[in-house]
Design a protein around this ligand. Sequence first.
Ligand SMILES: [Zn+2]
Length: 673
Amino acid sequence: MTNPLLADWDTPFRIAPFDRISDEDFAPAFEQALAAHLAEIEAIADNPEPASFANTILAMEGAGEALDKVLSVFFSVAGADSNDARQALQRDVSPKLSAHSSAIYANARLFGRVADLWARREELGLSNEEARVLYLTHRGFVRAGAALEGEDAERMTAVKSRLAVLGTAFTQNLLKDEAAWYMPLSEADLEGLPGFVVDAARSAGEALGQEGPVVTLSRSLITPFLQFCPRRDLRQTAFEAWAARGANGGETDNRSIAAEVLALREERAKLLGYADFASYKLETEMAGTPDRVRELLMQVWEPARAQALRDAAEMEEMLREDGINDALQPWDWRYYAEKRRRALHDLDEAELKPYLQLERMIEAAFTCANRLFGLEFKPLDVALYHPDCRAWEVTRDGQHLAVFIGDYFARASKRSGAWCSAMRSQAKRPKIETPIVVNVCNFAKPSKGKPALLSYDDARTLFHEFGHALHQILSDVDFGSVSGTSVARDFVELPSQLYEHWLEVPRVLEEFATHAETGAPMPKALLDKVLAAATFDMGFQTVEYVASALVDLEFHSGTAPGDPMARQAEILRGIGMPQAITMRHATPHFAHVFAGDGYSSGYYSYMWSEVMDADAFAAFEEAGDAFDPATAEKLERFILSKGGSQEAEDLYTAFRGRMPGVEALLKGRGLAA
Ligand SMILES: [Zn+2]
């Protein structure tokens, strides 16, 4: 019998036949699919015909169909519905997949064909998108080191494998430091803490086999503890332990690892011919160069710092009123900010919740997509990987566009967070493919017969992930490798963060934020409070973030620092870091940057995207209508349909007529002068 993962899927829209697949099918399917892909690649590399776009690049785009099918099913269930067997498979499969992709990039005959096409690109008569895919394919090989020879190639392999070892060690040290520290609390120490923090401290104590409650370095416990604990001495002890993660001396100390990682990254960039690692890393990003990132961050830094210093002065007053004659310290900030928040915005989540029903928020997200882009959503009855998953067919003017799957509820088998993934990406060549897009969230599941209610953050997450989904659904390009969300990291959050703005359109909340029992719309006063609370303490949040992003950028610009801690201190002095605020992630525990390559000299990208989403939504505001048809049409034509088929900067400029400025972001964060 054919393995159901590899068979032709005769289901509606060729959705994977989840009800026919069992865990035992994965391992043999992986083996077969990897071997089949490799054989296809070999055949392309060994083709006796001279290289052409069709027999090389197009052939590579079409290769690996079986592998794509297996991966799409496996990664769906591994992330959203895991079990022991699937976890074991994942441990087994990840190194095989990375070896598989290394083997393709190391195929010298294949690279020879790609390089030959690249050299002759002007004579090939390529379309813009074909030229783009050739450029990206060639660049991918070069950046992986395919053009290196002899000693350089060997050194590159050694550098990469050492970096992988160091990244793992960095993460494990951090986990060990976080697990090793806890602070027992007496019953008297609990005074002033709200019930949920007390409960969390008690269950943390139980988990560690302690008599009473404890504070640990888990973010979900230490953050509210620092926010609510009135005892300054306890806050200081806890904060100092939190800040020292990865820098406690001994075997788990990450400081020398950070120095070695930075030196090796510099070496890697230089082997490939770049001035430094930041230049290498930013080449593929919309920002393009370290200077442009620095310029953006500094434009935001000054107003954020000014706001933070004003807030600090007010909180220092509150410190005096509490009889403390000392400067405001990092362990004071969250506590006094929480006091101010309660005084300024008495927003009660419990009051808000009945107005945010999951069903109505899904409806709101769909209706906005209908008003903006004419999309229609019809429930689809198909077997999926879990009974909580729901599917819709997405059409426009009666034409099938995509399948959208929503998997909204938390469960033990799902990893935390929220994400959007494509089980299949849109493409026209070599084969027409329509997208299958999944949004996965972790909303609390209601008891039977009760409506599912969301927090405001949950509702924003739903819109955010749906914005990513639209990027896939509306994709209209030739090649799968540049479709949907296959764009630069500092561009990919634009559609998602932009879509969050429609949740805040008063007309949308008036229509869809209705009370679960009475059906009454959310009162205007409550809505105003929600919107006002959104900019609270933004000085602090922006400062701690931008400081981290600047340190990340400077670490990778120029010569790698021999002593990263000294360099970090120097950078912070240089920008006038307020003394009561620390970096959101200091070097010894900056996992975004040191656990792997993902966000190294890329931590800025969240803010880069926010600059664009604020500026892009302003286009609708300037048109006087959040659903302005002409602006929506441009958004789809120049951004949502284009994927990575053109440079992000060109796409944005085509949509907006210019590149974004920081004004809309500063206004959105309440930091505008
Ligand atoms: Zn996102």
